[in-house]
Design a protein around this ligand. Structure first.
Ligand SMILES: *[C@@H]1O[C@H](CO)[C@@H](O)[C@H](O)[C@H]1NC(C)=O
Ligand SMILES: *[C@@H]1O[C@H](CO)[C@@H](O)[C@H](O)[C@H]1NC(C)=O
Length: 403
């Protein structure tokens, strides 16, 4: 026995020394790809009251399973009863939902890149693009506008099939020395037809999203783009991973999902100076993504694709640890290696007060997980997007009639 323990002890010492050696090598000799920021993270709201865990989303279904990959954003085109969505292979799909059985009726790309290169791998998205936010123009129902993380902003005339490249990444901010735009994510239309656009980071692109998350520095911006004059302005600077964008009913105020700080902020163009905003809700239990106003209730739907991990705040408070992980990732480059806790979650809030009204969960994540956007159609049918799964979620609610 003593010999056995002796050997075990020696083995343990060798292992620990090796591990320490590797840690030292990595932390001393590798240059960190990130510059981690310090900040206060608000603790998560508790899963009680309107946030209490339920299984509402477990009643959802997966539609078009296996026919698409990562339908992140969804928008509804009423005249044709179709949903448009963008997928990881850089294409846009038009899906007819007028029948019980949804059907993909059209697939197209908004660029001339050789489509055989577009195999939806992380290597290919840098070449083929990654369509993210998309919306039908509120001023012209024939116009679909698409944001691509790598390529910029495109417009697609639905009837004619005509495509225009409205804004390219690398474009400069008007009258300023600010960095050019790098990585766009979501947008909405202002009352006078401009676009309010989120840029999670001007330092890294979508391919390096793991660095953005680890660094969590205020390198995000909300931009205002007027394509009639091609002018690009900053409305809010120094945000920590701004992502989802939604205008209010007047289209003069914008709600921004500030992912890195787990909160939703509100900025009114007619009331706030550039850079000013109010906080609508904070302490969200995970990263908020493409927020959308639900047409029937007027509530703001906040999808949470990735709930906070246990100990996330403690982990984030260590800049050394974040640096260390970024250094490791710079060798292995595991783009999908950030820990992801699978869970289906949508939080519905009142858009003027920020009060939580209800939440929908699939704690098992078996039916639906990693929701990036909610699209409501006909008051009772909800479609759910995601960034890396092979289906669209759909839930038909039992409508409760008021007394
Ligand atoms: C996918 O496409 C990229 C180029 O876009 C290429 O580099 C890569 O080798 C391809 N991978 C596979 C598995 O086909
Ligand atoms: C949805 O609800 C709104 C307001 O309650 C109502 O005006 C509209 O007719 C409803 N639409 C459908 C398709 O049920």
């Amino acid at each position: 026995m003593t010999l056995f323990f002796h050997i075990l002890r020696r083995f343990a010492i060798i292992c620990i020394s090796l591990l320490t050696g590797v840690i030292c090598l990595v932390s001393f000799f590798l240059e960190s790809p990130i510059d981690p920021a310090d900040y206060d993270i608000k603790p998560s709201l508790a899963f009680t009251g309107p946030l209490e865990v339920n299984s509402i989303l477990s009643n959802a279904e997966q539609i078009l399973e296996g026919y698409l990959y990562g339908p992140e954003s969804l928008t509804y085109h009423l005249p044709t009863q179709t949903i448009f969505t963008g997928t990881r292979d850089g294409s846009v799909m038009q899906i007819f939902i007028g029948n019980k059985q949804p059907k993909i009726i059209h697939i197209f790309r908004y660029h001339n890149i050789d489509s055989s290169l577009c195999n939806a791998t992380v290597a290919s998205v840098q070449i083929c693009g990654r369509p993210l936010g998309m919306r039908i123009s509120p001023f012209d129902s024939n116009l679909l506008v698409i944001i691509d993380a790598y390529l910029g902003v495109f417009e697609y005339q639905i009837k004619e099939g005509v495509i225009k490249h409205l804004l390219k990444t690398g474009a400069l901010i008007k009258d300023s020395n600010e960095p050019p735009i790098r990585y766009l994510n979501d947008f909405d239309f202002t009352h006078d037809g401009k676009l309010v656009i989120s840029e999670p980071s001007f330092a890294f692109d979508d391919y390096n999203f793991h660095y953005i998350v680890l660094e969590r520095s205020p390198k995000g911006r909300v931009l205002l783009f007027d394509h009639t004059t091609s002018s690009l302005q900053i409305r809010i600077n120094h945000l920590v991973i701004p992502n989802g964008i939604q205008m209010d009913a007047s289209r003069k105020c914008v709600f921004v999902a500030e992912m890195g700080l787990y909160r939703i902020i509100k900025h009114c163009m007619d009331r706030h100076k550039i850079g000013e905003y109010d906080i609508l809700i904070e302490g969200l239990p995970g990263f908020p993504d493409n927020i959308r106003l639900l047409p029937s209730s007027g509530l703001l739907a906040i999808p949470i694709p990735m709930p906070r991990l246990i100990g996330e705040e403690t982990f984030l408070s260590s800049k050394w640890l974040r640096d260390f992980i970024a250094k490791i990732m710079s060798i292995t480059h595991p783009v999908d290696a950030l820990p992801e806790k699978e869970y289906g979650l949508v939080i519905l809030i009142e858009s003027d007060s920020g009060t939580i009204v209800e939440s929908w969960h699939d704690p098992t994540s078996k039916t639906i997980a990693s929701i990036t956007q909610v699209l409501e159609i006909d008051n009772d049918t909800f479609y759910f997007g995601n960034d890396g799964l092979f289906y669209i979620g759909r839930l038909v609610m039992n409508v409760i009639q008021p007394e």
